[in-house]
Design a protein around this ligand. Structure first.
Ligand code: ZN
Length: 339
């Protein structure tokens, strides 16, 4: 994506680190153990390690609205990123009036697969489906049960085994998922959290799901955190200053005084403003789900870049040393090279 900028940053690497990296590259026997970086993890064009990041999401489109700019940034820097989507998003209704047509609704599953493929291409990530059926967002009082056989109610081991297989194949150094509340209370999001946590723990255990490949230990696990009150406030102030009507006023006024802001949990802010355009293009690829006239796109990108240039994460598990707060999901992992 930005090969020149990418190579241009090489010189910023300290000499010692570059030497350590080439030592790894020259050691044929150096293998990947416990998520460490081995000889085949180095970019051919330079001596920096090519690391792997995996993000586990519930539905197609979640990858484009949660952490998409971060993924695009790491791809541009030469790393490998894989998105795993747990369900096909079959239960999603058409949220874009321009796409609310009978032929779209009839072929929803197929169209969402195509939308996802386009978004993955735009972000530069590889993509895998876990193959479960969307549970839908239950509505009503009392809440109706989710459909039988859907992702939220299949026995936990079924999706965990499938995810462990993909983890052992892709061998991510970092795994990203949702927090225990699912980021927002959709049963598939909460399930995605449960499956990711169980798979993170099972993947390094050789006796767990022994038919799914060699054990692999991801080194860090993060929760991605979306919209915080602090970010809303920053956007609201920036828009007001520019005389643009802010869509956040009401949310901010209704924010309960005792409700904590996710920023209190954030350990890691990844600067990724240069990739907000890519994020928005990926989002728009999910044409059935995203109305291009919606409030998602109200804040001009240059205002976003100035007011809040980062995406937010919470480090939950780590087998490496890194100093908090961090600005890099691979912090502590890059340093393992050559040790
Ligand atoms: Zn979702």
């Amino acid at each position: 994506m930005d090969a020149e900028g990418h190579l241009g940053r090489l010189s910023e690497y300290p000499r010692g680190a570059a030497e350590a990296m080439s030592r790894v590259r020259n050691t044929e026997t150096e293998r990947v153990v416990w998520g460490m970086v081995g000889a085949d993890d180095l970019n051919e064009s330079d001596t920096r390690p090519r690391l792997r990041l995996m993000a586990v999401h519930a539905h197609p489109d979640d990858e484009s609205s949660k952490g998409a700019a971060t993924m695009a940034k790491y791809v541009a820097e030469g790393h490998e990123v894989m998105v795993v989507t747990c369900t096909g998003g079959e239960a999603g209704s058409v949220l874009n009036p321009a796409m609310d047509r009978p032929e779209v609704i009839e072929n929803m599953a197929e169209i969402r697969r195509e939308e996802m493929a386009t978004a993955a291409k735009i972000l530069g990530v590889s993509h895998r489906w876990l193959g479960f059926i969307d549970s839908g967002l239950p509505e009503g009082d009392p809440l109706p049960p989710v459909p039988e056989g859907s992702f939220a109610v299949v026995p936990l081991d079924e999706p965990v085994e499938k995810l462990v297989r993909i983890i052992r194949e892709f061998r991510p150094h970092v795994l990203i998922t949702y927090d225990e509340n699912g980021g927002y209370p959709h049963p598939d999001h909460i399930r995605t959290h449960e499956v990711s946590m169980a798979a993170f723990d099972a993947a390094p255990e050789p006796d767990k799901f022994p038919d799914t490949g060699d054990a692999w230990q991801p080194l860090k696990l993060y929760y991605s955190h979306g919209f915080s009150r602090a970010k809303m406030l920053a956007f609201d102030e920036a828009l007001t200053k520019l005389g643009i009507e802010s869509p956040y006023k009401e949310w901010l006024q209704n924010w309960p005084a005792d409700r904590p802001d996710v920023m209190e949990r954030v350990t890691t802010q990844v600067e990724c403003a240069d990739y907000f355009d890519v994020r928005d293009e990926a989002l728009k690829a999910h044409a059935t789900q995203i109305d291009p006239t919606s409030r998602w796109f109200v804040v001009p990108r240059d205002v976003q870049r100035a007011a809040w240039p980062t995406e937010e994460y919470e480090l939950v598990r780590s087998l490496v040393d890194s100093t908090l707060p961090e600005d890099d999901l691979f912090a502590g992992i890059r340093e393992k090279v050559g040790t």
